[in-house]
Design a protein around this ligand. Sequence first.
Ligand SMILES: [Fe+2]
Length: 363
Amino acid sequence: MNTHSKVAGSARPAEEAGSDRLERARAAFGETVHLSEPFSGRPPLWIEPADPALRKDSLAVAGWMAEKKAAIEDALLAFGGIVWRGFPVKGPDAFAGMMEPFTPFSKGYVAGITDRKAIKGKVMESTRTPETYTIFLHQEMSYLPHNPRLIAFYCHQPADEGGQTVIGDMRRLLEALPDTLRRKLDHGAVYGRHFRNEADRDDWRAEPRFGHPSWQYWFDTEDRELISAQLEERNITYQWLDDGSLKYWTRMEATVTHPATGELLSFNQLYAQTPHRLMVGDAFIEMMASAYGTHTQRPYFLSFGDGSPFTDDDFMAIHEEMELRKVEFEWQAGDVMLLDNKLTGHGRTPFKGPRDIQVMLFE
Ligand SMILES: [Fe+2]
C-alpha cells in the first residue's frame, strides 16, 4: 500500500532493531489493524485498519482506542509517535472522540508563543505562523514550566503544496552535539519577550513589519496589575519599563529526564525560537538589525541560562543534526498523529493553499 512518502535528510542507520519493536507492537495490537514502520529505526509507528468496522464506524474506533490504550502507550515509548491512517475521522468532534482515552492538558496554551485559537472544546488550530516560514523541530512548550506529555495532530485539510508536519527523534540528540554546546546547555535557557506600550503613540516599533505587539493587544487588557498577577502565578519574571512597555522572561533547564524511560533528553526551544535567516530569510534579519540596532528591546530574546548568547554556530550544530533526524510524509485528510512530546519533536514546512491541521495537548 502506497501510504508513505520520502524520508527527508540523508539516510541514517537504524539505531535499534526496528523489527523487534514492530513485532512487539503487532503482538500487542492484534489482528484488527495493519502495522508498519515507514522510516526504519525512527518514528512513527504507522497504523491502518484491517477490520472493515474500523474504516467506517467511529464508535468502533473509540472502543478500539480504549481497549488498546496500554498498547498505544507502549508504542509511544518504543516508537516516539503513532500515525493512524484510513480511520473515519472527519472533524474536530471525531478527533476529540478518538483521543477520549487521554487526559487533556490542564494548563491549556496560556503563555504559549505562537498565535493560535481554539476551534472547538480542547481542539486548537496548529499555528498562525506565516505560511512561508519553516518551523524547525521542537518539543511543545518546552520553554514553560508546565508542558504537555503528548501532542496530537489531525489533518482536516492538507495544503495544496508543502505543509508537512515534520517530526524528528530527539533520543540521543544531546550525545550527538559538540561537547562545548552540551556544556552550555547545562546552564539552561532564558526565553524572553518584550511588548510595546500601545499608549506610546510615537513608538516606531508599532509598524506591523516588526512583529512587535503591545501588551494591551497580547493580553487583551489595559490592566497592568492583572497582567502582573498572571505572570506571577506562572513564575514568570517581569519588568514594567520606564516607557510603559513590558518585558518578561523565564529561565528553564535545557534538558529533561523522561519520566517513563529515565533517558536524559534535550528539551528546550533555543533552536526553534531563534529567528534565524534559514527560517525568516536574510531580508528580515537585516531589516530588524538596522531598525533595532543592538540596544533597543526586541520582541523576542533568547540566551543560555548564564546570559551567554545562543550563537549562529550553536544554531547550526543543532540544525545539522536535526536535518539528519527529520522525517516527513504527505498529510491526507483524516490522518491522526500522536507524539510523545519529549521523545519526538515536530515542525512544519512552508505551504501553499488552505491548510487545516488541528492540535490537542494531553497530560
Ligand atoms: Fe509546536
